[in-house]
Design a protein around this ligand. Structure first.
Ligand code: 5AD
Ligand code: FES
Length: 331
């Protein structure tokens, strides 16, 4: 058994000569703890309106060059129903931090979607304890909110008008309320250290995250970070592989950002610790506008094409598509 102290994690992250060993250990760990099934989550990007100003994100409120949209609550429900009909066992409702979707509006959407036999994951940012409680009572099962970085100073630089402690409060409230909680980080932010990436991994373990999404930073031209080089694909993959080895039975998505930097990125991720993919089920008209970062994949495809594409890729590496809702522990 290898000891994964912070020092060991840092050594592995610095040393690329052990990468083959690392990826293969992560793949074995994935197989042992979560098996060969890949869980598909249908992603609905329902609003690109955001009150935040995250320095890296194309949806930040000061970006006036993107066309903003909000999908009507009844259309969100019908997209979700379509996803269920296509075989998805989970739908993920994701948006910018958009106050139009009040607690009442969200609860109504969640309740209607939960009339189907499907798990509902929310990814709509920082809200109050009471909002999170209402969403849970309406039927939401999971919540994704990345810590982005555990380096408090870097967090402050990247997130004007936000508070790291409030982010922690959100994660803790969600756990208290009984959600399955997903978090994660960006890899390749300016001034981000290898040491802080090791802290990120240990943080995921400390809060007992049920899901961890890791993606490389990709520079967006309409943000203050436009001239910062993109994150490194291999380093992001290493952070993901270490997360699998250390947290063992959690769900780990092969993120879309990985595939933006490497044409085979999601499959490589699935063979280096990941067991989840989140295909886009939003109709094509909205996709290009949800430009968190440039060159996002699947911009011109429709939900059926993405489903077919990803199923083919998953089967081509000898893995199967799960028929269960895919809670942690494969329930
Ligand atoms: N590059 C890569 N990932 C990004 N995200 C936001 N902006 C970028 C970017 N420029 C990620 C954040 C957020 C998730 C929805 O998208 O980590 O939590
Ligand atoms: Fe969308 Fe491959 S998953 S085209």
């Amino acid at each position: 058994m290898v000891d994964f102290s912070k020092e060991k994690i840092i050594d592995i992250l610095y040393d690329d000569s052990q990468n083959d060993w690392l990826f293969s250990l992560a793949d074995k760990t994935r197989k042992k703890y979560v098996g060969n099934e890949v869980h598909l989550r249908g992603l609905i990007e329902f609003s690109n309106i955001c009150k935040c100003q995250c320095k890296y994100c194309g949806l930040r409120s000061p970006n006036k060059s993107i066309e903003r949209y909000r999908i009507k609550p009844e259309d969100i429900v019908s997209f979700a129903q379509k996803a269920v009909n296509m075989g998805y066992k989970t739908v993920v409702l994701q948006s910018g931090e958009d106050e139009y979707y009040s607690s009442d509006v969200m609860c109504d959407i969640i309740e209607k979607i939960k009339e189907n036999d499907v798990a509902v994951t929310l990814s709509i940012g920082e809200r109050s304890f009471d909002d999170y409680k209402s969403f849970k009572e309406a039927g939401a099962d999971r919540y994704l909110i990345r810590i982005e970085t555990t380096d408090r100073e870097l967090y402050k630089q990247m997130h004007p008008n936000m508070d790291f402690n409030n982010r922690l409060r959100c994660l803790s409230d969600l756990k208290t309320l009984g959600y399955e909680v997903g978090t994660g980080c960006l890899v390749g932010l300016p001034n981000q250290t290898i040491e802080s990436l090791a802290d990120d991994i240990l943080f995921f373990k400390e809060i007992n995250a049920d899901m961890v999404g890791i993606g490389p930073f990709i520079a967006h031209q309409e943000t203050p970070l436009k001239d910062v080089p993109n994150g490194n694909f291999i380093l992001a993959l290493k952070v993901m592989a270490l997360t699998r080895i250390i947290l063992k039975d959690i769900n780990i998505p092969a993120t879309t950002a990985m595939e933006t930097l490497n044409p085979n990125g999601r499959i490589i991720a699935l063979q280096s610790g990941a067991n989840v993919v989140m295909p886009n089920v939003t109709t094509t008209e909205y996709r290009a506008k949800y430009e968190i970062y440039p060159n996002k994949i699947c911009i011109n495809e429709n939900p059926e094409q993405c489903r077919g594409c990803i199923e083919g890729k998953i089967k081509s590496i000898g893995r199967t598509i799960a028929e269960t809702k895919g809670f942690r522990g494969n329930r």
